[in-house]
Write a protein of this length. Structure first.
Length: 230
């Protein structure tokens, strides 16, 4: 019986020893075992960028076209004044002085009042007396109204070039009052004025010169004055 109790004690102590060692081993394993690292979840900070407004397309400036100055062709400038015909610029006048008898010296010309050529009229100065002393020849007449002698026309080119002057024509008048010979006694200085004077006097009619009351052929100087009225 004693042995039986001894065995029971031995078994109990063995069991306790095993239990103790088991608990110690378990405790030691827990102590020596590496502790698991527990990572706490980190809070992620998300920063949302502000939504930028879409850039509005700016109007692209168009490249400026540099226009090269066009070289204008030289054109004659027409002034407004030149487009209008100004009769006051050059109003021509025709002067018919009195006729004088042909003398060796240059005769004194009696000037008559000037009248415009456009009117185609002749002035009528004092006529030389038809009754001359016996033996003297009264000069032929050319400015009587009933003769209707036309005045010369002022040449257009002469007006444009402002040509002026006095033409003296030496005319031989027949007994019938017709000019049969005309010479240029003194030029105006411009051929156009001289020629138009010769042409118009060729168509004139004259009162023939008289001597002792009878018609005779005689010479007379016809002055024609071309003047532009200022």
């Amino acid at each position: 019986m004693w042995r039986h109790d001894e065995n029971r004690r031995f078994m109990l102590s063995l069991f306790l020893a095993i239990l103790f060692h088991g608990a110690a081993a378990m405790l030691l394993s827990r102590v020596l075992a590496p502790k698991p690292v527990i990572e706490l979840p980190q809070m992620l900070r998300i920063v949302l960028a502000a939504k930028q407004a879409a850039p509005t397309p700016t109007a692209q400036s168009k490249p400026e076209l540099v226009q090269k100055p066009l070289q204008a062709k030289a054109q004659p400038r027409k002034s407004h004044a030149s487009a209008q015909i100004k009769t006051a610029v050059a109003a021509e006048t025709f002067t018919m002085p009195a006729a004088t008898a042909d003398q060796p010296q240059t005769p004194a010309i009696e000037q008559a009042s000037a009248v415009p050529v456009a009117e185609a009229s002749l002035s009528t100065p004092a006529q030389v007396a038809s009754s001359a002393p016996p033996g003297l020849v009264a000069s032929p007449q050319f400015n009587a109204d009933y003769l209707s002698n036309p005045a010369p026309e002022y040449p257009g080119e002469s007006r444009a070039n402002k040509e002026e002057g006095k033409v003296l024509l030496r005319v031989h008048v027949t007994e019938a009052g017709q000019p049969d010979e005309i010479t240029l006694h003194r030029s105006s200085g411009f051929s156009r004025l001289d020629q138009v004077s010769l042409a118009v006097v060729e168509r004139w009619k004259f009162i023939p010169g008289r001597q002792d009351g009878r018609p005779v052929a005689a010479w007379v100087v016809v002055p024609i004055n071309f003047t532009l009225r200022k």
